[in-house]
Design a protein around this ligand. Structure first.
Ligand code: FES
Ligand SMILES: [Fe+2]
Length: 366
């Protein structure tokens, strides 16, 4: 006879959206037979790669007595728990062996499972699909393919940056889409200065599960754009998309040159998220083609955001009343409206009713 000990309540991350792919960690962190750990939406995960190189993700808790499976051993196809040696298939989580059972045991070992999650690799990340815990029909039967960074040719360079942010995923995301903090947080000679603040007007439009800052010529007061324009003698265009649950894509094009980046804010715990930035670009002449240069500036940019959010977290700890204003905080308002619309569409089993009805122009100073 087997009997179940009920789990302590684990309500999960109240701010996070389930039923989506999230980047758990960088691909390079799992090598050969090694096991790595990560946390997504307060779910502890153990990740590895089978003998054929295919990544897997299991809940990092043995279904016997909860020992993290990451303390165990992996033989290329099954993970063995370090406590009593139960073995689980790395991809399905199905139990294969319980060493303590005697030959006449009636226990159906194959009906015991460690939690397992769909897992795919893209652009140097291991993505894990976190299903809706309510398990609503249709939502999770076969997850869509994991997100991919848009690329516009075969030859390109790619680089990755990341930073932990000590706040809920919502604050991480609205920080990411906030157009008004630039001149205060990201001041520098090569980007923009506080006195360069001027009025801006940008058109936005709805896209599935998100919104787009329509394709436009970027601000003339940023050195990198000026340089691009000079090098190629062609107009520079940029398109910025936000897509639920947590992705900001930016594509910059100038003649045949392109630069494509994506920032994702991944909920780790309710009080911690991580920003992952990946950028790919085709070969540009001279300095803009340098990975190290891009990393240098990118790191600095992300560190400025990170330091700001560490300070903001001091204030948020005390649960202050907050204020979102038009038009600079309209994208943040849209994010919350999109999230609510998505949850409502799932609850009602209806298509998402998009909170943005058509093109909108926003105006702000930055
Ligand atoms: S806790 Fe894993 S085998 Fe007992
Ligand atoms: Fe920023």
């Amino acid at each position: 006879m087997s009997s179940l000990i009920p789990p302590a309540d684990s309500p999960g991350d109240p701010n996070a959206l389930y039923g989506f792919w999230y980047p758990a960690l960088r691909s390079e962190r799992i090598r050969e037979r090694g096991l790595a750990t990560a946390m997504l939406l307060e779910i502890p995960l153990v990740l590895g790669r089978d003998a054929a190189g295919r990544a897997f993700a299991l809940r990092d808790a043995c279904p016997h007595r909860g020992m993290p499976l990451s303390y165990g051993w992996f033989d290329g196809s099954a993970v063995e728990c370090s406590y009593h040696g139960w073995k689980f298939d790395a991809h399905t989580g199905q139990c294969r062996e319980i060493p303590s059972l005697t030959a006449d045991s009636k226990l159906r070992v194959d009906r015991i499972f460690a939690g397992s999650f769909p897992c795919e690799e893209r652009d140097g990340y291991v993505w894990v699909y976190i299903p809706d815990p309510a398990g609503r029909p249709g939502s999770d039967d076969s997850p869509p393919p994991a997100p991919e960074l848009p690329k516009f040719g075969q030859r390109y360079r790619i680089t990755h940056l990341e930073a932990d942010l000590p706040c809920s995923v919502d604050h991480g995301i609205i920080g990411l889409m906030d157009p008004a903090h630039g001149p205060f947080v990201h001041q520098s000679w090569w980007w923009r200065k506080r006195h360069s603040i001027h009025e801006k007007q940008k058109q936005f439009e709805p896209i599935p599960n998100g919104f787009r800052m329509s394709t436009h010529e970027p601000s003339a007061n940023s050195a990198p754009y000026r340089l691009l324009r000079r090098l190629y003698g062609q107009p520079v265009t940029t398109t910025i998309d936000f897509v639920l649950p947590n992705m900001r894509f930016e594509v910059i094009r100038c003649d045949e040159a392109w630069f494509s980046s994506r920032a994702t804010v991944t909920p780790v715990r309710r009080d911690l998220c991580r920003i992952d930035f990946v950028a790919a670009w085709n070969v540009l002449p001279w300095m803009l083609g340098q990975v190290s240069l891009l990393r240098f500036f990118g790191k600095r940019f992300i560190r400025q955001d990170q330091e700001t959010m560490i300070r903001q977290a001091e204030g948020l700890k005390h649960n202050p009343q907050l204020l979102l204003i038009d038009d600079a905080d309209r994208p943040a308002k849209w994010y919350f409206a999109l999230k609510a619309a998505l949850l409502e569409s799932r609850r009602a089993g209806q298509p998402l009713k998009h909170p943005i009805e058509g093109p909108v122009t926003l105006r702000w100073r930055s």
